[in-house]
Design a binder for this molecule. Sequence first.
Ligand SMILES: Cc1cc2nc3c(=O)[nH]c(=O)nc-3n(C[C@H](O)[C@H](O)[C@H](O)COP(=O)(O)O)c2cc1C
Length: 514
Amino acid sequence: MKNRDIQAAWKYHDGTKHSYWSIRNNPHFLDWANRPLPFKIYPKIEPFPLPRDVPQTGVAALSAISEPVLSSPADSVPDLQDLARILYFSAGITKQRTSPGGEIYFRAAACTGALYEIELYVVTGDLAGLDAGVYHFNPADVSLQLLRRGNFRGNMAQATAMEPAVAHAPTTIICTGTYWRNAWKYQARTYRHFGWDSGTLLANVLAVSAASGLPAEIVLGFVDAEVNCLLDLDTRREVSLCLVPIGRTSESSLPAPKDAPALGLETIPLSQREVEYPDMLEMHDASSLESEEEVAQWRGKQAVFLPSAPAGEEVQLQRLPEGEQPKDTIEPVILRRGSTRAFDKTASIALDQLSSIFDCATRGLPADFLEPFGAQLNDLYLIVHSVQGLKPGAYSFRRERNTLELLKEGKFRAEAYHLGLEQALPADACVDIFFLADLKRILERCGNRGYRVVQLEAGAIGGRMYLAAYAQRLGATGLTFFDDDVVNFFSPHAKGKSAIFLLAIGKPLKRQPQ
Ligand SMILES: Cc1cc2nc3c(=O)[nH]c(=O)nc-3n(C[C@H](O)[C@H](O)[C@H](O)COP(=O)(O)O)c2cc1C
């Protein structure tokens, strides 16, 4: 089993670390003439337009993010409008801007470099308004392309070794990653971005599903080759990353898995030339699950972590009282979300605003790689610059106690500038949240697949934080970082961990649209 040879994940992780010198010695430049197309287009398939005038859910964003719909024996089957709402508010175009390099179509969820390498597919039984089939979602014209006609739910159940949420789901959304679309700028680090960018998108999928009254769960345990074949992917270019079963049906019989022969469907080339980064193909191959038995075994290895005793001064986090929570509903919050381009460094945020963000984001993801709503693989560390009620300094979040433990007091704006790849954003924000993980333990337990999991979990928690910040009219942005310098900054507490993700939160210099 390749997944157990965890040297592969270490090789990839260590080989793609950013450092002061790696950035300066990299001769890479952006070849604008060869910039990849941001959409996957099947020129010979007639698009099936999705409805655009879908009724809004009316559910407050903070509730939608933090209160998923639990699966119950009762049926909850999405209709075409639900599906259109989930797809649009997760991957749809929400803004457009002209830049020197051409038009940029910004999407509902944040994505490194606005390169949008995550594609969505849908495998569904018959829904009200949509025939059973395997479809691709094209955000460019908000349409579905039918790739295979018929009910392939049995194939999904088989590929996941009968994962209950998938086996009972009327519809499953699949996220894939297209290497070149992101590697054009980020080269081999793109494989980390697959986790981050599918994660932010998944935060929206989960929130909009919950607001639509539909259970949804993130599933990473599946036989890669079976799902890739069903979607007819050219796996040197594009690979399946995760599945999200949506809704629940109590019907007891699943259709038998069907043959899924190669389709060889034509798609428009992304660029004149593509560069392949073998390190990423190796990382993906080494983290692939090869049989249903392996999937079932892997799922049994859910992450369980024992908290350590706090050593420093602790501050209790307290969510805004119910009556004072912003009531903005999820759809307008997603529409106004964007990554803050400049923070007001004279501003501060309230402790209960920060508490609400942590509360929404860290209650636990519905996911097959975690105990139900239990563990979290990423540990959160903070550099607090200006949060009312908190001394400036470095903190560790203690999830089981909902407290922040002070690691060291001090004004660390200059350090944050450096750690966040010498950018002003982390220095000018009110707080920077660093995600670190005990990769050694995770890989030992979950194999190389654990690497996919930890990156994706960080993206999903980060995506929830983005939404929770914008729901409170704050700003946020994902950031990249100097890996080892981050771990050193938070050591000795963080000794032996690895840097996974970074998000800055503060008040934008420019006011958000109403
Ligand atoms: C994980 C992650 C890392 C990011 N890193 C940076 C960064 O280092 N610097 C930066 O200016 N923006 C960064 N961004 C912001 C993206 O550039 C932004 O999401 C993208 O341009 C899309 O714009 P939007 O978020 O406003 O929709 C990051 C976003 C994500 C999700």
